[in-house]
Design a protein around this ligand. Structure first.
Ligand code: RUB
Length: 322
């Protein structure tokens, strides 16, 4: 939780691979490649829900190429730098798309802290629109406080509310704007716990809900029927051990994310434009084809497709960003 939020996690993963490449003392190319894959596997295990993490690892490791350790190292460094560069560009492009949905004087309700969502508000403010925000604190870790601070820095008028006050304030807002940790092929939005209830409330009140999600949030495995694992976090985030013991024998559950079905989402905002959730699958097919590799696995452990890309030629397609 020192590094959190799907886009930030992706940048950190690419940065960690870069550090591994710089610091590796391997003198044989095969050993170097193997240590890079081991680093990828370790990073892959850190958070299960944000698909930006494996997508970042895939981008960098699929570009590992060369006959010598020096060439392999250089390929990782340049891929990691390119990834971070693309990430930043994608976020500002996405921000401009999202800002087009916001009108001067609009009020936006936010959940959690999403750099993609904030990019939309920032672009709107920078284009001269006055935007105000109702910010949900987002239990249990109160990432809404980060959102409130960053919005104030942009000069946005902020009202902070507890999560359960969302419905009461829904009538005052023009949009619900959230980020995403993953977008599934059916257009479901996987985001911080509480997003789905918020979306149902918004739909009931007729308030449009938009999810700001760069294409690194598109979850390629869901094209082939896989589901997205929801991270379960420590119960001490919900209740301290002393209070828990004083209550008696209770179970405590702390899922970090939930799934909002596409019927509650009006638009998914990406750097490639905005999409109705039901049509996001078209963009996913364009970006990933029908299968994706797991280049952090050792070649012998990669399964039938050998971890290769959709063409089976082991090289990522030029058109493919991920
Ligand atoms: C953060 C969270 C954010 C998304 C999108 O959860 O759910 O809404 O990750 O963020 P956590 P971004 O704090 O548990 O990581 O738009 O910055 O990628």
């Amino acid at each position: 939780m020192e590094i959190r939020g799907a886009a930030t996690i992706a940048a950190a993963a690419a940065g960690a691979l870069r550090s591994q490449a710089v610091e590796s003392t391997a003198s044989e190319p095969a050993v170097f490649e193997s240590t890079m894959r081991a680093a990828g596997r370790r990073l892959h295990q850190t958070r299960p829900t944000a698909v930006s993490l494996p997508n970042a690892l895939r981008f960098v490791l699929q570009r590992m190429d060369g006959e010598t350790v020096g060439a392999l190292r250089a390929s990782i460094i340049s891929a990691a730098d390119e990834f971070v560069d693309r990430l930043e560009r994608a976020q500002s492009d996405l921000g401009r798309v999202g800002a087009n949905r916001l009108r001067d004087g609009d009020c936006v309700m936010t959940h959690c802290h999403s750099t993609d969502a904030l990019a939309c508000i920032e672009a709107a403010v920078k284009s001269g629109k006055e935007i105000s925000a109702v910010v949900k604190e987002t239990r249990p870790r109160n990432q809404g406080h980060i959102t409130a601070r960053e919005l104030r820095e942009l000069g946005v008028e902020v009202t902070l509310i507890v999560d359960s006050a969302a419905r009461r304030y829904m009538r005052q807002v023009d949009h619900v704007l959230v980020g995403a940790d993953s977008i599934a092929a059916d257009g479901s939005v996987i985001n911080k716990i509480g997003t789905s209830g918020l979306a149902v409330n918004a739909r009931d009140r007729g308030v449009p809900i938009m999810a700001a999600a760069q294409t690194i949030k598109l979850h390629p495995d869901t094209l082939t029927g896989h589901t997205v694992e929801i991270e379960m976090r420590d119960e001490r985030e919900v209740i301290d051990p002393e209070s828990r013991n004083s209550i008696g024998d209770i179970a405590v559950k702390n899922p970090a994310f939930d799934v909002t079905p596409p019927r509650y989402v009006d638009a998914i905002i990406t750097e490639r434009g905005q999409f109705p959730p039901e049509s996001i699958v078209t963009l996913m097919r364009e970006l990933f084809g029908e299968s994706v590799g797991e280049p952090w696995e050792e070649p012998a452990d990669r399964g039938v497709d050998g971890g290769r890309d959709a063409d089976g030629n082991g090289a990522i397609d030029e058109e493919t960003d991920l």
